[in-house]
Design a protein around this ligand. Sequence first.
Ligand code: 13P
Length: 242
Amino acid sequence: MILAANFKSNLNRAKTAAYVQTLDTFCTQNGVDDRVMVFPPASALCVGGLHVSVGAQNAFAAKNGAFTGELAQDQLDEFNIRTVLIGHSERRHVIGERQELIAEKFAYYQKQGFEIVYCIGEPLEVREEGNDALLEYLEAQYEGIDLHYSGLIVAYEPVWAIGTGLTPTLANIELIHSAIKERTSRPLLYGGSVKKENAREILALEHVDGVLVGSGALEVNHFCSMIADAKSLHVHKERVKS
Ligand code: 13P
């Protein structure tokens, strides 16, 4: 499974360094073999640990250049960062990034061989129109995206579930994930109000390959508890598969 923590605009450089160190020690001491990644704010980017990889929350589609306020590939290379989050709902809906720009970033980092965590998800008014409208909305977020890219990880994050404490029902997560899985065979994470109290039941779902966690992962111990849940679920999921 894949467990990813998106710090957004939280934690500073010192707190991030302490977080990564604690997390890495936890993973090593507990023999974790799931993928664990963290996405700190730009000012706190760092080299990952033995087990924990560090990714960027956003990056401009260029090696370097005149792009005021943006990070480009050179700034990621400095920390050996090889994973980038693209299309997060806050970039789409708060910052106003359009699909065209998102697809440009995707194509650039795909060409550079980066692992890309590509985020999709619908706002509440679309969800209220029903599942067909929802899937049609997601379809527009696939525009210009190579859904077969071997470095792709998809994260389904309903916009209305992010930071609200609301989540779809487990049955609905399963339904939407199985529909997304018809479009791509790449790993699929769920995100949106995942926390230590509900991570286990979400991770246990058949079409969920991991979670992308925001506020619920800001305390390193809470994130470690979710990683422990994933580990304990392995045997169970393997049994269901065979
Ligand atoms: P929350 O876990 O705070 O709802 O945020 C989810 C998210 O946006 C992760 O990228």
